[in-house]
Design a protein around this ligand. Structure first.
Ligand code: BES
Ligand code: MN
Ligand code: MN
Length: 454
């Protein structure tokens, strides 16, 4: 049996095995799931061994273990460092799932469950591509090192220490990641740019304690009102971020790249339908693709305070809160942006309240040329696996590790994503299209094979 026939013959086994992986609720942000996270790490370790990797280790960290394995039996052939994550986002709100999040279910042409697209399904594509290569040829065609971590969804807190402590061991000719999306159905894609992410939490403190809104309302500051006023000032009428200096270092995009990105097979009409809002809203002067991929943003992720229970309660709350993030693009500096955001918020703050401003995390943006020959091999493998033309895209999401690896090792980073933008990553009814999962295994196997000089 050749590689392709072998992959075809294993479809059912592959899908059933992925379902096993998805049944482990490895939610990294919740301490109650610590045992599940560890179980998922052991599961990944076992599958790395089955794929022909050796020296497989579950590396303990301060939080969740990362799994490392390598196969270095192809002297003279290139070495690829594979990165992915086995942790997932919380599944709540549970009542919005059609089938339970950790009971993976096929409906129509999709597999539903938390982690299907982000990122267990995509990690599994690589595990099975490697295993199929190993089983058909008796060995892997190239050298492979794999890091599959369990803290991506909580900011990869331990990953960088591990990389620093294992710099020699992790040396590779290229980084390969499948944790991104395809542009659209039937359009296999390589992502060459990601936005960076800074995350902040803001606490506005007014009266020393909650107050009766009749006895006190009218004469005292209301932290929620003040927070709302401040937040309303963070964008101007053209939906530009109204923080002085915010755009100072934003790299302008050359006309040729703008043209290429705007002529991709991407329809604003489909995007509108997917979003489902009465209308879109973004920075004036840029197309939606540009707003999503090459322009920075400031977003409110949550805002709360006061009484949120059933019925009415008349109260002036003592405190109000907001979770704010900024998506960053080249050449914005995360530390500098964090300072600008804090300074501006403090400037907007009236004397009637105090505030605590916390930077929860920072992460750099990434963009890279795709001139290295490995990118053409990746495009060819995607086209062979999917039977469709492949494209180069940028994306709006963030994988800080990619920037760190690129900056440190100066190696090409090949991001081949098999998710789709409407597959509900981080949301209820997350799913992956079965055709992309199966075609992904073929494409990745062909890609690894094509890297070998044999
Ligand atoms: N897989 C995503 C990153 C992603 C999303 C890339 C969409 C391209 C398109 C990753 O798991 C993720 O969710 N990243 C977080 C940031 C992280 C530091 C928690 C994000 O982008 O919000
Ligand atoms: Mn991910
Ligand atoms: Mn994610």
């Amino acid at each position: 049996m050749n590689l392709n026939e072998y992959i075809e013959s294993r479809r059912e086994e592959h899908l059933n095995e992925l379902k096993q992986f998805l049944r482990i609720p490895s939610v990294s942000t919740k301490s109650e799931h610590k045992p599940d996270v560890e179980k998922a790490a052991r599961w990944v370790a076992e599958k790395l061994r089955a794929a022909g990797l050796e020296n497989v280790e579950i590396e303990p960290t301060k939080m969740h273990p990362l799994v490392y394995g390598e196969s270095l039996r192809a002297p003279g052939e290139p070495t690829v460092l594979l990165y992915g994550h086995y942790d997932v986002q919380p599944a709540e709100p549970l009542e919005l799932w059609t089938s339970p999040p950790f009971d993976p279910t096929v409906r129509g042409n999709n597999l539903f469950g938390r982690g299907t697209a982000d990122d267990k399904g995509q990690v599994h594509i690589h595990l099975k591509a490697l295993e199929c290569l190993q089983n058909t040829a008796g060995k892997l065609p190239i050298n492979v090192k794999a890091i599959i971590e369990g803290e991506e969804e909580v900011g990869s807190v331990s990953l960088w220490d591990f990389v620093q402590q294992n710099r020699e061991r992790l040396k590779a000719d290229a980084l390969v990641v499948s944790d991104t999306s395809m542009l659209a159905k039937g359009v296999p894609s390589i992502t060459y740019g990601l936005r960076g992410l800074n995350y902040y939490e803001l606490e506005i403190i007014g009266p020393a304690q909650d107050l009766h809104s009749g006895a006190f309302g009218g004469a005292v500051p209301n932290p929620i009102t003040i927070l709302a006023e401040m937040i309303a000032k963070l964008h101007d009428k053209n939906f530009r971020v109204a923080i002085p200096g915010f755009y100072d270092d934003v790299a302008s995009v050359f006309r040729a790249e703008r043209k290429a990105l705007n002529s991709l097979p991407w329809k604003e009409k489909d995007f509108r339908r997917m979003v489902g809002a009465p209308d879109l809203c973004g920075e004036k002067g840029y197309t939606a693709v540009e707003q999503l991929w090459v322009r920075p943003t400031l977003e409110l992720n949550g805002i709360w305070g006061g009484y949120l229970g059933e019925g009415a309660k008349t109260v002036i709350p003592s405190k109000a809160y907001a979770k704010i993030s900024t998506r960053l693009v080249p050449n914005q500096n995360p530390a500098k942006i964090a300072k600008l955001v804090e300074r501006h918020i403090r400037k907007l703050l009236p004397k009637t309240v105090r505030c605590n401003f916390q930077v929860l995390s920072t992460g750099k943006p990434w963009v890279a040329a795709y001139t290295h020959p490995i990118f053409q091999k990746a495009i060819h493998a995607l086209e062979a696996g999917f039977g469709k033309k492949a494209v180069f895209i940028r994306e709006g999401g963030s994988i800080p590790f990619v920037t760190q690896m690129h900056d440190t090792f100066k190696i090409p980073c090949v991001l081949m994503g098999f998710g789709l933008p409407d597959e509900n990553a981080h949301a209820p009814d997350e799913h992956i299209a079965l055709e992309n999962y199966f075609a992904g295994i073929k494409a990745v196997a062909l890609f690894y094979e094509s890297l070998s000089s044999q």
